[in-house]
Design a protein around this ligand. Sequence first.
Ligand code: KG4
Ligand code: ZN
Length: 474
Amino acid sequence: MIVDILEIKDRILELENIFPNVFSVGGIENDLSNNPFTHYLVYLKDNKILGFINYYDIYDRIEIANFNVLDEYQNKGIGNKLLKRVVELSTNKENITLEVRCDNEKAIHLYEKYGFIKKATRKNYYNGVDGILMELELGIMEDIYVLGIESSCDETSFSIVKNGVLEIATVISSQIDIHKDYGGVVPEIASRAHAKNITFVIEELLEKAKMTMDDIDMVAVANGPGLIGSLLVGLEAAKTIAWLYNKPLIPVHHIAGHIYANNLVKRLEFPLLCLVISGGHTELIFMDKDYSFKKLGGTLDDAVGECYDKVGKVLGVEYPAGPKIDKMAKEGTHRYQLPLPLNDDSYNFSFSGLKSAVINLVHNEEQRGNVINKEDLATSFQETVVDILAKKTVHAIVNYNVKNLILAGGVSANSGIRSRMEDICKSRNINFTCPEIKYCTDNAAMIAAAGYYAYLDGRRADFTLNGQSSMELK
Ligand code: KG4
Ligand code: ZN
């Protein structure tokens, strides 16, 4: 575990005693109180201090001043972790510099692994031994352009995103108009429409981005979960482009994409909790770093978006019903009593009971000859949904002690859910992020953003990559 020395202030003397060749007694305290730029990160294992890194954060650059790991704990990756943390903390800086003894090959190699290069030699810098000035240029780190492809349901979408954060261009071709006559997505029609649209979408994207396939560094594709026939169309396009232009192929889980839609708004901060709410998913996910997902719980039956769409059917609202019910909910009052589904201490959800309760309520009122006030029912339904999502989310926030909450998936466009979550975070001093409304529902910008971090995580696929209708997020 890496901690800032300020979090374990009472152990400064201990740190000085462990590294007597580096510090004099009282030196760290002196440094901390006189130098506003100084920072110390300490590596702890089983509460024992094993190493530290001391650096200066000087406006637009970082200078590593001291870096040491106890002799008996060397070669165990501790130095690696400390250095990696400083590099991670320096993403908005111009460069990181440090001095190293010219005969310390091991350290030089470690720095080179992280992209440091030798800039200059300082003669006799270390009492007769030369020092080498090394620098990691952050400002000129090569840009990576990811082509993202999304076709898992009824949107054919392509996008180009730079370095996982900057959207260059996106094209989304939606099939909503085709499917709304059927009251939902018809898989066979969806895959045919993808096949028909896909080449036009690619052409339009390249035109919009003013780029060619040669400018792309890699291809990221959502290979599941989703409708298999639809997934395969995007997947074949991805493989063809990767093969033709000799680019790495990166598989992306559709929900990882939804989560990384937030990264296009604001760089994710960890640890975070994500409430995933879409047409096919309702889950609470914990992340302690990029591309690492821990599912805390999920729906036992219907997803929340699915519930919106089914409730929409009984209210006579056209597919997809979510946005329209959301609008109606703003105009009504919470008058109908509905059960709070799976109101327990787990992180799981259940929405089929709520859906049935709404259907039964409508039928009972109709049989009694009463007219349903659709706006009031929409409000009652939406508030019930918001209540249960909020309750479980707060429970996870408290138990996992997170300071960052994000929303993901099509239903995160919902105004009631967004404003309740925002209030919860404000009152608890927690950072809250949700995707831009246009990127709440399916799109390829989110796949390209996630693809960048999947790539950094070492994920690659070959041409045997297949689509999967259901697939665990890991
Ligand atoms: O994420 P998405 O595009 O597809 C899946 O991956 O499942 O989510 C689509 C779902 C639909 O069920 C739609 O009704 C719902 O998102 N939705 C909303 C809102 N906007 C879209 N649900 C509630 N309120 C909204 N404003
Ligand atoms: Zn989706």
